[in-house]
Design a protein around this ligand. Structure first.
Ligand code: 13P
Ligand code: ZN
Length: 303
């Protein structure tokens, strides 16, 4: 009996050890890629790639993190890098943390190797510089459009009392094609897009802004875009692509998707009709949609 008791103790001890080591393994296997906001961010990058909006390193995505999301990620932060000036300032974003895609990095690769293709940056107390606290490994940097993203975040956060958190830039082919054909005005683009699909006035009742062709990646285009973002959720970059803003990934991706799909319909209709349009959604139709769906259309764009 003494031998049997000893055997039982050993088995019990063995079980405990096994259980403990299993538990320990689960704890150490948890990583930043298990944090929901990081997973959702990566999913949006993959979704954009699958839409065909991100050839090579085209496009970029930034997300202003909630304090609790920063705390979920903080255990995985490394010693912060050097502060790097952005050339623009957004005082209301001092001390914030952003998820960002890397400059020259491919959306196609984000899910395969997040740590080299995306990262988290912290903004300094003056709102004018960033430093890397996670990811962007082996010398990578935030997107070259970070100044534009940052200024857009600054004005969208101010305009929405902090509700807007996402800025998304994509190279949407049909919308880019439109910028060779239509006059580069907010009115021309908004009307063409609203008339291209019945849901459009409901999804972006405020319309879209248009930035004329400018050199990408610097402070000038950042300031020009953010001026428009005071008023619009989306800004077209002539011969380049589109910037969209929103409170979360679904809404922002949905806005990009809706605008690009409307642009595709516009291009198809123009091509099929060889520029001759027999009928379209009238301004009275647009007003009726707005009334039914309880949205206020930007009257400046209606006749
Ligand atoms: P990045 O690779 O620096 O993000 O640039 C891509 C892009 O779309 C520039 O407008
Ligand atoms: Zn671009």
């Amino acid at each position: 009996p003494a031998g049997r008791a000893r055997r039982r103790r050993l088995v019990c001890r063995g079980d405990t050890v096994r259980k403990r080591s299993f538990k320990q393994k689960r704890v150490t296997a948890m990583g930043i890629l298990d944090v929901k906001i990081v997973r959702d961010y990566i999913r949006m990058c993959t979704d954009g790639w699958e839409q065909g909006w991100h050839e090579r390193n085209g496009g970029n995505l930034t997300y202003r993190m909630r304090p609790e999301e920063v705390e979920q990620c903080r255990p995985y932060f490394r010693t912060a890098g050097e502060w790097v000036s952005m050339g623009v300032t957004g005082k209301n974003l001092a001390g914030e943390y952003f998820l960002t895609t890397g400059s020259g990095k491919y959306f196609r690769n984000v899910a395969l190797d997040p740590a080299h293709n995306i990262g988290i940056v912290e903004i300094d107390s003056a709102g004018g510089a960033w430093r890397i606290v996670w990811g962007l490994e082996d010398g990578a940097k935030p997107t070259s459009e970070f100044p534009s993203h940052f200024m857009n975040h600054s004005v969208r956060a101010a305009a929405t009392e902090g509700v807007y958190r996402v800025i998304y830039h994509a190279h949407t082919p049909n919308l880019i094609a439109m910028t060779y054909v239509l006059p580069l005005t907010a009115r021309d683009f908004t009307r063409a897009l609203w008339q291209s699909a019945t849901e459009c006035p409901v999804v972006f009742p405020g319309g879209v802004g248009v930035v004329p062709w400018m050199v990408p990646g610097g402070a000038d285009i950042a300031i020009a875009t953010s001026e428009l973002m005071k008023q619009y959720d989306a800004a077209v970059w002539a011969h380049h692509g589109l910037f969209c803003s929103g409170p979360d990934f679904d809404t922002t991706f949905g806005l990009m998707h809706t605008i690009e799909k409307a642009a595709q319909i516009w291009v198809l209709a123009q091509s099929a009709g060889q520029g001759k349009i027999c009928q379209t959604i009238s301004d009275d139709n647009l007003r009726a949609i707005a009334g039914e769906f309880g949205v206020t259309l930007n009257e400046a764009f209606l006749d």
